[in-house]
Write a protein that binds this ligand. Structure first.
Ligand code: TYM
Length: 331
């Protein structure tokens, strides 16, 4: 079992990233060989000031370590420091089909009506993601629900490449959504939109860097409805905001939705929200304090990332060489 996952180093970590992915990455560190990386090449799909990009990679590395990713247990690195990612992406560009990429919902959502003006990198984004995964023969890719389609595409690319070149180069990976209630954490302002760093309203998400007061205020103001909480989870189906808040508490306390509802059935959000806010503060405050410590030592962060990149490069080399051979670029 080999685990791999990545995160774009744009904006800070929010609760969706944490519950949907990062805290699961942390739990997987003891049972498997894990590779986690900052997808800085992916961040080229949208314009960003170079200085901001440079700073964001370190900031996200600090946030991951503060959240419990241990560079002594896991291989933590920046994608651009391992050129094999970009190289394999180009080889896979010969295999991926325009029609497959055209069907990706992330492409459709992000390009919107402005397809002509979108970057080629935004369109090709899933092929680079496939390269990330296939380079390391990763078997498990822990991601939130929104990335499932990209992992399925990775399987298709792996199978077509192996078949076209009659070679057993790639292992088709499994998405590893798990995460239960947290696989899709929704916006605090709209229970039908996912919590996201690109939402213009900061009130829509809880950030790792939010103060205790910010967290309490965001939960107090989170959109809800006037009904009390039911006992039966099925009754939350038509109440997306209520379902989201219950799901967040369940994910944090390790309970099922049923167990949370058993505690709160018949009570309103006036009673539920303070409990949720306290649980969030208890989870996030210690991580925030650690983040502040790691930020103070950028040289140490750079050292850890360089060490991770060196280990990743070694693991990637045999697969990259096999891919070059398979397509006939080397013998
Ligand atoms: P990114 O940076 O958007 O998000 C990082 C991880 O957080 C999860 N996530 C969520 N989970 C639940 N609810 C939410 N509201 C929520 N928002 C984000 C994402 O599913 C993801 O697991 N394309 C990837 C980065 C990537 C990657 C890879 C991942 C590049 N190469 C290879 C896995 C394997 C992305 O943009 O994630």
């Amino acid at each position: 079992m080999r685990v791999l996952s990545g995160i774009q180093p744009t904006g800070g970590l929010h609760l969706g990233n944490l519950l949907g992915a990062i805290l699961r990455w942390v739990r997987m560190q003891d049972g498997a060989e894990c590779l986690y990386f900052l997808a800085d090449l992916h961040s080229l799909s949208e314009y960003m000031e170079p200085e901001v990009r440079r700073a964001s990679v370190r900031e996200m590395a600090a946030a991951l370590i503060a959240s419990g990713i241990d560079p002594a247990k896991s291989i933590l690195f920046a994608q651009s420091a391992v050129p094999a990612h970009a190289e394999l992406c180009w080889l896979l560009n010969g295999t991926a089909r325009m029609g497959w990429l055209n069907r990706m919902t992330q492409w459709k959502d992000k390009a919107g009506k402005n397809r002509e003006g979108a970057s080629v990198a935004l369109f090709d984004y899933p092929v680079l993601q496939a390269a990330d995964i296939l380079l390391y023969q990763a078997t498990h890719v822990p991601v939130g629900e929104d990335q499932k389609q990209h992992i399925e595409l990775t399987r298709d690319i792996a199978l077509k490449f192996n078949a076209d070149f009659d070679a057993d180069v790639f292992v088709p990976p499994e998405p590893f959504i798990g995460g239960g209630a947290a696989a899709r954490v929704m916006s605090l302002r709209d229970g039908r939109a996912k919590m996201s760093k690109s939402d213009p309203s900061d009130m829509s998400r809880v950030n790792l860097t939010d103060s205790d007061d910010d967290i309490a205020q965001k939960i107090r103001k989170a959109k809800t409805d006037p009904e009390p909480l039911p006992e039966d989870p099925a009754l939350l189906e038509e109440r997306p905001e209520a379902r989201n808040l219950v799901g967040i508490l369940a994910a944090m306390s390790g309970e099922s939705i049923e167990q949370v509802l058993a505690r709160f059935a018949g009570q309103g959000f006036g009673q539920f929200k303070p409990v949720l806010a306290d649980a969030l503060v208890a989870l996030l405050a210690p991580l925030r304090t650690r983040l502040e410590e790691f930020r103070r030592d950028p040289a140490e962060l750079d050292r850890m990332l360089a060490d991770g990149a060196e280990r990743a490069q070694q693991l990637a080399a045999p697969t990259l060489a096999a891919a070059y051979r398979a397509v006939g670029l080397t013998s």
